[in-house]
Design a protein around this ligand. Structure first.
Ligand SMILES: C[S@@+](CC[C@H](N)C(=O)[O-])C[C@H]1O[C@@H](n2cnc3c(N)ncnc32)[C@H](O)[C@@H]1O
Length: 278
């Protein structure tokens, strides 16, 4: 059982490193999420793990602990309306604006184990005849090294593929490998994944035409949400779009984006900030 001081130490480090909010009412989650970390790192209890963290300041172990505290829930074609809106309405606009001079770049920030980025890749693959020679790339980033490794493996359990994928899509785009289903190379070619903290995006990431950051901000503190939105706006190209999760808003960053009428959760870069960035 973790005492209040240990919970405080863990919560403060989660906030400092990743912006993750651990509300008072959810401190039981810290215990639950640290249990498998303590076990696999060879500690008898979560309290022993926290004592080791406090005495050694082991950065690898701290990273592992903080990453384990985030909500990693995700599934294929989660909340599909904004994905369909992107394919039907935003992609044609981007194609016109870019006129094949540069690739259309899509970022999934906080992509978890990859299902969101792969869902976009499946949609693009299915509509590739309509897309013609359009050059499109998807980058998925997440603070969790383990989530990124799983995303890169492109291998999912029966339980995971049953969440959100039609049987038609499963057979069309995956191959069975033992107990797992692995995405075909035709889908894998669309996406690359790398570890990244939304609070401090790596300099080499470049800019993106559309950024999906869904179901990430809701797990962060208010300050971290505002800071993340500012960082996201800096990664956004001049005519960039932002897609948030259901129920998430741009509160605190209204100067960067404006809500698009008729499209829930989708925002467009405001003209003023876009012109400043151009
Ligand atoms: C609930 S999942 C959402 C996955 C996917 N975007 C979706 O909508 O299904 C939230 C993800 O955000 C990641 N995350 C949390 N804080 C982060 C941060 N500061 N930087 C990058 N990723 C973060 C977590 O590791 C987790 O994988």
């Amino acid at each position: 059982m973790l005492d209040a001081a240990a919970i405080k130490t863990i919560s403060e480090e989660a906030r400092r490193r990743a912006g993750i909010a651990i509300p008072q009412a959810q401190t039981y989650l810290v215990e639950a999420r640290l249990a498998p970390v303590a076990r696999s790192e060879g500690y008898d209890s979560q309290a022993d793990l926290v004592r080791a963290l406090e005495s050694s300041k082991d950065d690898r172990l701290w990273r592992r602990v903080v990453e384990s505290l985030a909500d990693h829930e995700t599934w294929f074609f989660r909340d599909p309306a904004p994905l369909d809106h992107f394919m039907a309405d935003i992609l044609p606009v981007l194609a016109r604006v870019k006129a094949r001079k540069a690739p259309i770049r899509i970022l999934c920030a906080g992509c978890g184990t990859g299902q969101e980025a792969w869902s976009l890749a499946i949609l693009l693959e299915e509509q590739k005849a309509r897309l013609g020679a359009m050059d499109i790339e998807i980058v998925g980033t997440d603070i969790s090294r383990r989530a990124i490794e799983r995303a890169q493996s492109a291998a999912y359990s029966q339980f995971e593929v049953q969440r959100g994928l039609s049987i038609h899509r499963l057979i069309e785009h995956f191959e069975p490998h033992g107990q797992q289903w692995v995405l075909k190379d035709s889908i894998k070619r669309w996406v690359r994944f790398e570890r990244g903290n939304i609070l401090r995006p790596s300099e080499g990431l470049g800019t993106f035409d559309i950024i999906f950051c869904r179901n990430v901000l809701s797990g962060l503190t208010l300050d971290a949400r505002r800071h993340s939105l500012r960082m996201i706006s800096e990664l956004s190209g001049p005519a960039g779009y932002l897609v948030l999760g259901q129920g998430e808003t741009i509160a605190g960053a209204g100067e960067y984006y404006r809500a698009m009428s008729g499209a829930r959760s989708v925002y467009a870069r405001t003209m003023e900030t876009a012109q400043q960035a151009a």
